[in-house]
Design a protein around this ligand. Structure first.
Ligand code: PLP
Length: 364
């Protein structure tokens, strides 16, 4: 059987689709990795074979994401969620302020953790508007004595994303890019730190990528547990303890795949085309489908929409029967959501677009 035909139209929000080419390569290399007589999972993280994979992944990430030389790239564990605590633990002293821009559930979770360490405050929030939009840059005021400003670049649950980032001057800017990292080129130098769980755009779950500027690292608090200190991982090239070796290998292969596709500029073009075929159906549906995000704040990665009550259930049932997976909205908000991460092929998005048109024609 043609393996391509056995693959679902996978719109899962995370963990999510991986490139078929990467899965096939991993399968080929699983039992006997490049003549070593063992799989990646069975070898020492101190072996030269693993070290090459590890350093290769870091180098490729730096190159593809145009990360300047004064940044460190780390592979941590604990997911993006542990970063919600590690950031204030490392950078927010008792009594010190930190500004949080609230654009959804993940921002809320990050904010909650910071309260345990210092005095975070909300510099802007679109909660009153049901997180349908990103605040306008000119409406955000920065406190000059804030230890940092934190934002969520793409709101996985509400389906909104930042298209321009704020200029916070001398205040360090930190971004949770879990659901849109490497979906498009960005100016990394605007940020003191970027972090992302790998399981949406970069690989399997279990690895968290942290990109952090060296001068910002120097301001970190030192009297904290070893495993929760960024400097531990910097000093040991993320090999202080056993890292998630298989996940790092997969991440490296996903980066290879991005490179083979022509890098981020090509990936962006593809992502824009993928999102467009679905947003176009919403926009041309005369209100049959209603997008949750305001058009100027739309995410390229998570397309959220609703259909009138009883038809929504029907849509999800029929979509499932037609081979579409993961279209249910997040359990906290309901509705429908199509996550169109890097590895989701255009054909899957086109098929969904066609299905949506047919569904409307049939039920309107
Ligand atoms: C998925 C997600 C998280 C949580 O990631 P974990 O790795 O499960 O902790 C955090 N932030 C954003 C924006 C996400 O999409």
């Amino acid at each position: 059987m043609n393996q391509t035909n056995t693959r679902a139209y996978n719109f899962n929000p995370g963990p999510s689709a991986l490139p078929l080419e990467v899965l096939e390569k991993a399968q080929r290399e699983l039992i006997n990795f490049r003549g070593t007589g063992m799989s990646i999972m069975e070898m020492s993280h101190r072996s030269s074979t693993f070290e090459e994979i590890h350093n290769g992944a870091i180098a490729r990430l730096k190159k593809l994401f145009s990360i300047p030389d004064d940044y460190e790239v780390l592979f941590l564990q604990g997911g993006a969620s542990l970063q919600f605590s590690m950031i204030p633990m490392n950078f927010l002293k008792a009594g010190q302020k930190a500004g949080y821009i609230m654009t959804g559930s993940w921002s809320e979770k990050a904010f909650k953790e910071a309260k345990l360490f210092g005095e975070p405050y909300q510099i802007a929030s679109t909660k009153e508007n049901k997180y349908r939009n990103i605040p306008a840059l000119q409406d955000i005021q920065y406190d000059l004595d804030a230890a940092y400003v934190h934002l969520t670049s793409n709101n996985t649950i509400y389906g909104t994303g930042w298209h321009d980032f704020p200029d916070t001057g001398n205040i360090p800017l930190i971004a949770d890019m879990s659901s849109d990292i490497m979906s498009k080129p960005i100016d990394v130098s605007k940020f003191s730190m970027i972090y992302a769980g790998a399981q949406k755009n970069l690989g399997p779950s279990g690895v968290t990528v942290v990109i952090i500027r060296k001068d910002f690292l120097e301001t970190a608090i030192t009297e904290i547990p070893t495993m929760l200190k960024y400097s531990t991982f910097v000093e040991n090239n993320s090999l202080y303890n056993t890292p998630p070796t298989f996940g790092i290998y997969m991440l490296g292969e996903v980066l290879n795949w991005i490179e083979d596709k022509g890098g981020l500029s090509e990936i962006t073009k593809l992502n824009e085309e993928k999102a467009k075929v679905i947003y176009d159906v919403i926009d041309r549906s005369n209100g049959f489908y209603t997008g949750h995000a305001t058009p100027e704040s739309r995410s390229l990665m998570n397309i959220t929409f609703r259909i009138a009550e009883e038809l929504e259930k029907q849509f999800l049932v029929e979509a499932k029967e037609a081979g579409f997976v993961g279209l249910n909205g997040h359990r906290s908000v309901g509705g429908c959501r199509a996550s169109t991460y890097n590895a989701v092929p255009f054909e899957a998005c086109q098929a969904l677009s066609d299905f949506m048109v047919e569904f409307q024609n049939k039920h309107q």
